[in-house]
Design a protein. Sequence first.
Length: 167
Amino acid sequence: MKGNTINKEIITLALLIGILPPLWAVASPYIGVSVGPIALICAGIYATNGNKFEDAHKIALGYLAGDSWSLIATFAMVNNHTLNPDILLFLLLFVLGFLVVVISSMIPNIIHMPSWLAGWAIAMLTMNLDTTTGLPNLAVQIGVAMLVGVYYVGALLDKIHRVINGR
């Protein structure tokens, strides 16, 4: 965009963002995903990484690892009957956070550390707010929304945008 001129790339991006994410928002409850907006957050992180499809798989794996981390932490918190909840929360966050950094640093070509950390935070927040859906079911819904964010709202939207604009 030069000055106040809106060019073809801006218009096509606006149209694609106006069409694809709302289609997901409408469809997600019909396929049993009550946490559809998570896809938009995950797509944002994919885009922030430069819309690099070659990184899509490691970003997606990072989100799924974060979702799993959240499930582990939430199960531990819910089933805790001995430790002070604040101490347990600190210990869980310390150990799991430490492991995220160590593991993802050892295999950066396989897993994306920022998406692992973000996925963990997104899933923990969601699991803390939704106390009516069973945790395994909710973890699956979160994982589906995360994958939709990377591959549908992120990668597919970017690919269509590039094709339309001849790039």
